[in-house]
Design a protein around this ligand. Structure first.
Ligand SMILES: Cc1cc2nc3c(=O)[nH]c(=O)nc-3n(C[C@H](O)[C@H](O)[C@H](O)COP(=O)(O)O)c2cc1C
Length: 216
């Protein structure tokens, strides 16, 4: 970029990464179920995800990629059971897009289960924050890296209602914690837009909790 093209001081330039950050949404229905996601591309995205911050123990993240029918089917069955439980608890059907994902889960080109070596400390908030905080940023980086390559995903956790059964089905050791499950596939004409969110001024306090904002 030349000096003439650069943004004036004090303005907020639109960085290419902003577009990805603003438009990485759940993609459930507009996934091409017939197009496999190349293992090489998944590995590349995991390589990028592993640049996320890591705490103690370092690099505890593990990625279990399911791209064969049997393991995907095993997890899909557990996921559907969990969704049915959720609908029962809510006393109403879940959103059609959520139901659609559940109905087609084993047809998704791949399911990526993000795990962490170890178990969270039961009684220590700082250790729990450190534990999950050391793996979930990598899961989000993974979703962003996939999105940058035209691959949609959904951040899901429902199957964790049956974490033990999933572990048995997939051979996951007892000292490994499952976190997010990302069903992924190339997007079919998905137009991804920024979500409606509260403005930063409403959710940000400066210097003291419940301050009214920058200008107060
Ligand atoms: C912690 C967490 C757990 C979620 N679990 C599920 C899930 O199990 N199944 C699902 O379809 N969506 C799940 N979602 C996605 C939400 O239902 C919702 O689609 C999403 O947060 C909103 O993103 P969007 O604006 O891209 O739709 C989860 C999201 C979060 C943050």
């Amino acid at each position: 970029m030349t000096d003439e093209e650069s943004d004036p001081p004090g303005s907020s330039p639109t960085h290419p990464v902003d577009e990805i950050l603003r438009t990485t949404r759940s993609v459930r229905r507009r996934i091409d179920l017939d197009r496999p996601v190349e293992p090489r591309v998944i590995s590349e995205c995991i390589e990028i995800a592993s640049q996320a911050p890591t705490g103690i123990p370092a690099e505890a993240w593990r990625f279990l990629v399911l791209n064969q029918v049997d393991p995907k089917r095993a997890l899909a069955g557990l996921y559907r059971r969990a969704l049915a439980t959720l609908a029962e608890t809510l006393g109403r059907p879940v959103k059609p897009s959520q139901q659609h994902l559940a109905d087609h889960l084993e047809e998704m080109p791949a399911l990526i289960l993000v795990c962490a070596q170890g178990r969270p400390a039961p009684d220590s908030v700082p250790l729990q924050v450190s534990f999950y905080g050391s793996v979930l940023p990598a899961a989000w980086s993974l979703m962003l890296a996939l999105r940058a390559r035209g691959i949609g995903a959904t951040w899901t956790t429902l199957h964790l209602l049956h974490e033990r059964e999933a572990a048995e089905a997939l051979g996951i050791p007892e000292d490994v914690t499952q976190t997010v499950l990302l069903p992924i596939g190339y997007c079919r004409d998905a137009v991804l837009r920024p979500a409606e969110r509260r403005p930063a001024a409403e959710i940000t306090y400066w210097n003291r909790w419940e301050g009214k904002g920058e200008d107060s």
